[in-house]
Design a protein around this ligand. Sequence first.
Ligand code: DC
Length: 219
Amino acid sequence: MKNNHIITIDGPSASGKGSLAKALAKELSFILLDSGLLYRAYSYCFEQSHNHSAAKSLFLNLRINSIDHEMHVFENNTDITSILRHENIAKSASQLSSLKETRDNLISFQRDLASDNGLVADGRDMGSVVFPNANLKFFLDAAPEVRAKRRHLELQKRGQEVNIHDLINDIVERDKKDRTRELSPLIKTEDSILLDSTNLDQESILDEALQHIKERNIL
Ligand code: DC
């Protein structure tokens, strides 16, 4: 059965968007768009070229695959996803994402991922700019300290040791940049549903999201 529904999940970093998006994509058998990973991949390409048109060509030569409901990025058959998850790439992605050239180079690529298989799109501007007509929009938030702790655990699991206080400062700084930039700032659109994960675990947030999805007959 065709299902071209689009569900967007926007919110600040480490709010749990990634986990919720992955769980929803799995539950609904939808394609997952992890737009942050695309911004990270673009930054990786930009670091090699320092030029937007060359970065775009390099980016288009990467291969994007879905593995176990997660997006993975391959360069010449090597999976570079874990490299893209490093904090230094997150920082350069945050800086580059405020530039028009970067956003213009990524927007149609993101829209093209919408298909007859349904899409869960995770990012900062999914509901506001990339998919303004999405069937359902969520805005996921949590207190900065809680997000920093989660990011700390996540990085530890990947073997990256980062000071928690530095992480809180980085998260607050990056949020400010993402929320106040001129182009596609991180905002909660009026038609989106706020989910606050400060005191809720992943399962409870997933249940809440599924409840809204059922109410809208998206299943
Ligand atoms: O979600 P993430 O941490 O992987 O995102 C990396 C950076 O990319 C983040 O600092 C902001 C930027 N980004 C963006 O500007 N718009 C999006 N839709 C997704 C990410």
